[in-house]
Design a protein around this ligand. Structure first.
Ligand code: SAM
Length: 280
Protein backbone atom coordinates (compact mmCIF):
# COMPACT_ATOMS: atom_id res chain seq x y z
CA UNK A 1 0.00 0.00 0.00
CA UNK A 2 1.29 3.46 -0.84
CA UNK A 3 1.72 6.09 1.87
CA UNK A 4 -1.21 7.96 0.38
CA UNK A 5 -3.44 4.87 0.60
CA UNK A 6 -2.26 4.10 4.13
CA UNK A 7 -3.06 7.62 5.29
CA UNK A 8 -6.45 7.47 3.67
CA UNK A 9 -7.27 4.08 5.21
CA UNK A 10 -6.25 5.50 8.61
CA UNK A 11 -8.57 8.47 8.00
CA UNK A 12 -5.65 10.96 8.08
CA UNK A 13 -5.53 14.06 5.91
CA UNK A 14 -2.02 15.60 5.95
CA UNK A 15 -2.04 18.94 7.76
CA UNK A 16 0.01 21.61 6.06
CA UNK A 17 -0.04 23.70 9.24
CA UNK A 18 1.99 20.94 10.96
CA UNK A 19 4.43 20.52 8.08
CA UNK A 20 3.10 17.04 7.34
CA UNK A 21 4.96 15.77 4.29
CA UNK A 22 5.31 12.04 4.86
CA UNK A 23 8.25 10.06 3.49
CA UNK A 24 7.03 7.56 0.93
CA UNK A 25 10.31 5.93 -0.09
CA UNK A 26 11.50 3.18 2.30
CA UNK A 27 14.95 3.19 0.62
CA UNK A 28 15.41 6.83 1.62
CA UNK A 29 14.06 6.15 5.12
CA UNK A 30 16.66 3.40 5.51
CA UNK A 31 19.42 5.70 4.23
CA UNK A 32 18.45 8.41 6.77
CA UNK A 33 18.48 5.86 9.58
CA UNK A 34 21.84 4.50 8.36
CA UNK A 35 23.24 8.05 8.56
CA UNK A 36 22.44 8.00 12.30
CA UNK A 37 24.84 5.02 12.79
CA UNK A 38 22.74 3.56 15.60
CA UNK A 39 24.16 0.95 17.95
CA UNK A 40 21.88 -1.59 19.65
CA UNK A 41 22.20 0.05 23.09
CA UNK A 42 21.45 3.60 21.92
CA UNK A 43 18.55 5.76 22.99
CA UNK A 44 17.07 7.46 19.91
CA UNK A 45 14.88 10.52 20.21
CA UNK A 46 12.77 11.02 17.12
CA UNK A 47 11.05 14.33 16.41
CA UNK A 48 7.81 14.18 14.41
CA UNK A 49 7.43 10.43 13.74
CA UNK A 50 4.24 10.86 11.70
CA UNK A 51 3.02 7.35 10.86
CA UNK A 52 6.45 5.87 11.38
CA UNK A 53 8.37 5.96 8.09
CA UNK A 54 11.64 6.33 10.05
CA UNK A 55 10.41 5.02 13.40
CA UNK A 56 10.05 1.43 12.17
CA UNK A 57 13.75 1.25 11.24
CA UNK A 58 14.86 3.21 14.31
CA UNK A 59 13.04 0.76 16.60
CA UNK A 60 14.67 -2.18 14.81
CA UNK A 61 18.15 -0.81 15.48
CA UNK A 62 18.06 1.14 18.76
CA UNK A 63 17.81 0.01 22.37
CA UNK A 64 14.88 2.37 22.84
CA UNK A 65 13.11 5.08 20.83
CA UNK A 66 11.31 8.08 22.31
CA UNK A 67 9.17 9.63 19.57
CA UNK A 68 7.76 13.12 20.10
CA UNK A 69 4.67 13.92 18.02
CA UNK A 70 2.52 17.03 18.26
CA UNK A 71 -0.48 15.74 16.30
CA UNK A 72 -2.40 13.46 18.66
CA UNK A 73 -4.48 12.06 15.80
CA UNK A 74 -1.37 10.38 14.42
CA UNK A 75 -0.35 8.61 17.63
CA UNK A 76 -2.81 5.66 17.59
CA UNK A 77 -2.10 5.23 13.86
CA UNK A 78 1.65 5.25 14.47
CA UNK A 79 1.41 2.63 17.22
CA UNK A 80 -0.92 0.43 15.18
CA UNK A 81 1.17 0.72 12.01
CA UNK A 82 4.29 -0.37 13.88
CA UNK A 83 2.42 -3.01 15.97
CA UNK A 84 3.32 -1.44 19.32
CA UNK A 85 7.03 -2.29 19.56
CA UNK A 86 8.09 -2.73 23.19
CA UNK A 87 11.07 -0.41 22.75
CA UNK A 88 9.03 2.58 21.53
CA UNK A 89 7.67 5.32 23.80
CA UNK A 90 5.52 7.90 22.03
CA UNK A 91 5.11 11.26 23.69
CA UNK A 92 2.36 13.65 22.64
CA UNK A 93 4.18 16.99 22.93
CA UNK A 94 5.54 19.99 21.09
CA UNK A 95 9.23 19.36 20.35
CA UNK A 96 9.84 23.05 21.05
CA UNK A 97 8.43 22.75 24.58
CA UNK A 98 10.03 19.45 25.65
CA UNK A 99 12.62 19.62 28.43
CA UNK A 100 15.55 17.75 26.87
CA UNK A 101 17.44 17.83 30.18
CA UNK A 102 14.93 15.47 31.76
CA UNK A 103 13.62 13.54 28.77
CA UNK A 104 15.58 10.39 29.68
CA UNK A 105 13.55 10.21 32.87
CA UNK A 106 10.38 9.71 30.80
CA UNK A 107 11.46 6.09 30.55
CA UNK A 108 12.87 4.20 33.52
CA UNK A 109 16.57 3.38 33.92
CA UNK A 110 15.51 -0.28 33.71
CA UNK A 111 14.22 0.37 30.16
CA UNK A 112 17.24 2.34 29.01
CA UNK A 113 20.40 2.81 31.09
CA UNK A 114 21.21 6.40 31.99
CA UNK A 115 24.59 6.13 30.26
CA UNK A 116 23.10 4.98 26.92
CA UNK A 117 24.36 7.23 24.11
CA UNK A 118 21.65 9.42 22.61
CA UNK A 119 21.01 10.03 18.93
CA UNK A 120 18.42 12.50 17.71
CA UNK A 121 16.68 11.89 14.40
CA UNK A 122 13.95 13.93 12.80
CA UNK A 123 12.22 14.79 9.58
CA UNK A 124 11.23 18.19 10.88
CA UNK A 125 8.55 20.60 9.84
CA UNK A 126 10.57 23.34 8.17
CA UNK A 127 9.30 26.16 10.32
CA UNK A 128 10.53 24.65 13.62
CA UNK A 129 14.03 23.68 12.43
CA UNK A 130 16.07 26.60 13.80
CA UNK A 131 14.22 26.90 17.09
CA UNK A 132 14.43 23.14 17.66
CA UNK A 133 18.16 22.95 16.97
CA UNK A 134 18.86 25.80 19.36
CA UNK A 135 16.71 24.27 22.11
CA UNK A 136 18.33 20.87 21.70
CA UNK A 137 21.93 22.07 21.47
CA UNK A 138 21.55 24.42 24.44
CA UNK A 139 20.24 21.55 26.59
CA UNK A 140 22.34 19.14 28.64
CA UNK A 141 21.19 16.09 26.64
CA UNK A 142 24.56 15.80 24.86
CA UNK A 143 23.53 13.68 21.89
CA UNK A 144 26.35 11.83 20.14
CA UNK A 145 24.80 12.62 16.74
CA UNK A 146 21.85 14.57 15.35
CA UNK A 147 20.45 13.62 11.94
CA UNK A 148 17.87 16.01 10.55
CA UNK A 149 15.97 16.16 7.30
CA UNK A 150 15.45 19.82 6.53
CA UNK A 151 14.78 22.13 3.63
CA UNK A 152 17.83 22.12 1.29
CA UNK A 153 18.29 25.85 1.74
CA UNK A 154 18.34 25.44 5.54
CA UNK A 155 20.93 22.66 5.23
CA UNK A 156 23.12 24.92 3.10
CA UNK A 157 22.84 27.70 5.68
CA UNK A 158 23.89 25.30 8.47
CA UNK A 159 27.07 24.20 6.69
CA UNK A 160 27.94 27.68 5.35
CA UNK A 161 31.52 28.95 5.48
CA UNK A 162 32.84 32.50 6.06
CA UNK A 163 31.35 35.00 3.58
CA UNK A 164 28.01 33.19 3.76
CA UNK A 165 27.58 32.75 7.51
CA UNK A 166 24.25 33.48 9.22
CA UNK A 167 22.90 33.35 12.76
CA UNK A 168 21.80 29.75 12.07
CA UNK A 169 25.32 28.77 10.90
CA UNK A 170 26.85 30.28 14.06
CA UNK A 171 24.21 28.58 16.26
CA UNK A 172 24.92 25.15 14.77
CA UNK A 173 28.70 25.42 14.28
CA UNK A 174 29.27 26.72 17.81
CA UNK A 175 27.92 23.42 19.16
CA UNK A 176 29.00 20.91 16.55
CA UNK A 177 30.16 20.02 13.09
CA UNK A 178 27.41 19.78 10.46
CA UNK A 179 27.76 17.66 7.32
CA UNK A 180 25.47 17.38 4.33
CA UNK A 181 24.64 13.69 3.91
CA UNK A 182 22.22 13.61 0.98
CA UNK A 183 19.72 15.53 -1.06
CA UNK A 184 16.11 14.33 -1.29
CA UNK A 185 13.77 15.33 -4.09
CA UNK A 186 10.16 16.41 -3.39
CA UNK A 187 8.90 13.21 -5.07
CA UNK A 188 10.04 11.17 -2.02
CA UNK A 189 7.22 12.73 0.06
CA UNK A 190 3.44 12.79 0.13
CA UNK A 191 2.20 15.42 -0.27
CA UNK A 192 5.20 16.74 -2.19
CA UNK A 193 6.84 19.85 -0.71
CA UNK A 194 7.69 22.76 -3.01
CA UNK A 195 11.46 22.48 -2.53
CA UNK A 196 14.26 19.92 -2.25
CA UNK A 197 15.16 18.56 1.18
CA UNK A 198 18.50 17.44 2.57
CA UNK A 199 19.79 15.28 5.39
CA UNK A 200 22.28 16.97 7.70
CA UNK A 201 24.29 15.14 10.37
CA UNK A 202 25.55 17.31 13.23
CA UNK A 203 28.26 15.88 15.48
CA UNK A 204 28.15 17.92 18.69
CA UNK A 205 31.50 18.80 20.28
CA UNK A 206 32.09 16.95 23.56
CA UNK A 207 32.84 20.27 25.30
CA UNK A 208 31.68 23.80 24.45
CA UNK A 209 34.19 25.73 22.32
CA UNK A 210 33.73 28.67 24.69
CA UNK A 211 32.23 28.69 28.19
CA UNK A 212 29.99 31.76 27.80
CA UNK A 213 27.75 30.81 24.90
CA UNK A 214 25.49 33.75 25.79
CA UNK A 215 28.27 36.21 24.83
CA UNK A 216 28.84 34.54 21.45
CA UNK A 217 25.12 34.71 20.69
CA UNK A 218 24.72 38.28 21.95
CA UNK A 219 27.49 39.32 19.54
CA UNK A 220 26.16 37.23 16.66
CA UNK A 221 22.59 38.52 17.13
CA UNK A 222 23.93 42.08 17.12
CA UNK A 223 26.21 41.40 14.14
CA UNK A 224 23.49 39.83 11.99
CA UNK A 225 20.83 42.25 13.27
CA UNK A 226 21.31 44.65 10.37
CA UNK A 227 22.09 43.05 7.07
CA UNK A 228 25.14 44.06 5.06
CA UNK A 229 26.33 46.69 7.55
CA UNK A 230 29.85 46.93 8.95
CA UNK A 231 30.49 45.19 12.27
CA UNK A 232 31.63 48.45 13.94
CA UNK A 233 28.05 49.73 13.42
CA UNK A 234 26.00 46.58 13.99
CA UNK A 235 27.84 45.70 17.21
CA UNK A 236 27.52 49.25 18.54
CA UNK A 237 23.78 49.48 17.93
CA UNK A 238 22.99 45.83 18.76
CA UNK A 239 24.98 45.79 22.02
CA UNK A 240 24.19 49.37 23.08
CA UNK A 241 27.88 50.41 23.15
CA UNK A 242 29.70 53.23 21.39
CA UNK A 243 31.20 52.83 17.93
CA UNK A 244 34.65 53.37 19.50
CA UNK A 245 34.05 50.58 22.00
CA UNK A 246 32.89 48.26 19.21
CA UNK A 247 35.98 49.12 17.17
CA UNK A 248 38.19 48.50 20.23
CA UNK A 249 36.82 44.98 20.71
CA UNK A 250 37.13 44.21 16.99
CA UNK A 251 40.71 45.47 16.75
CA UNK A 252 41.72 43.59 19.91
CA UNK A 253 40.32 40.46 18.18
CA UNK A 254 42.32 41.30 15.00
CA UNK A 255 39.10 41.71 13.01
CA UNK A 256 38.80 44.64 10.60
CA UNK A 257 35.89 46.77 11.96
CA UNK A 258 34.70 47.31 8.37
CA UNK A 259 34.00 43.60 7.87
CA UNK A 260 30.44 42.25 7.84
CA UNK A 261 28.99 39.55 10.10
CA UNK A 262 28.62 36.98 7.31
CA UNK A 263 32.40 36.97 6.72
CA UNK A 264 33.35 35.78 10.23
CA UNK A 265 34.11 32.12 10.98
CA UNK A 266 33.14 30.48 14.27
CA UNK A 267 36.68 30.87 15.68
CA UNK A 268 36.48 34.62 15.08
CA UNK A 269 33.12 34.89 16.88
CA UNK A 270 34.72 33.13 19.84
CA UNK A 271 37.77 35.41 19.84
CA UNK A 272 35.41 38.37 19.68
CA UNK A 273 33.39 37.00 22.63
CA UNK A 274 36.53 36.55 24.73
CA UNK A 275 37.54 40.20 24.16
CA UNK A 276 33.96 41.39 24.73
CA UNK A 277 33.86 39.48 28.04
CA UNK A 278 37.32 40.77 29.02
CA UNK A 279 35.92 44.34 28.79
CA UNK A 280 33.46 43.37 31.54
N1 SAM B 1 8.75 11.38 10.19
C1 SAM B 1 7.57 11.29 9.35
C2 SAM B 1 7.98 10.91 7.96
O1 SAM B 1 9.18 11.02 7.66
O2 SAM B 1 7.12 10.50 7.17
C3 SAM B 1 6.76 12.60 9.34
C4 SAM B 1 7.53 13.83 8.89
S1 SAM B 1 6.55 15.29 8.72
C5 SAM B 1 7.65 16.27 7.71
C6 SAM B 1 6.73 16.16 10.26
C7 SAM B 1 6.07 15.51 11.47
O3 SAM B 1 6.31 16.37 12.61
C8 SAM B 1 4.57 15.37 11.40
O4 SAM B 1 4.21 14.10 11.89
C9 SAM B 1 4.02 16.48 12.32
O5 SAM B 1 2.76 16.19 12.87
C10 SAM B 1 5.11 16.55 13.36
N2 SAM B 1 5.23 17.85 14.04
C11 SAM B 1 4.93 19.08 13.56
N3 SAM B 1 5.24 20.04 14.46
C12 SAM B 1 5.74 19.40 15.54
C13 SAM B 1 6.22 19.83 16.81
N4 SAM B 1 6.26 21.13 17.12
N5 SAM B 1 6.66 18.91 17.69
C14 SAM B 1 6.61 17.57 17.37
N6 SAM B 1 6.17 17.11 16.19
C15 SAM B 1 5.74 18.00 15.28
Amino acid sequence: MSTRQRLSSLGITPRKSLGQNFLTDPGIARAIVAAARIDPGDLVIEIGPGIGALTQFLAQQAGHVIAIELDQHLIPALQAELRHPANLTVIHADALAVDYNTIRQTIGADVCPIEAPVRVVGNLPYYITSAFIRRLLESQLNPALIVLTVQMEVAQRMIAEPDEMSLLAVSVQFYGQPRLMMRISPSAFYPQPDVDSAVVAITPYPRPLYARASSVFALARAGFGQRRKQLRNTLASGLGITREQAEGILLASRIDPARRAETLGIDEWITLASHYDAQG
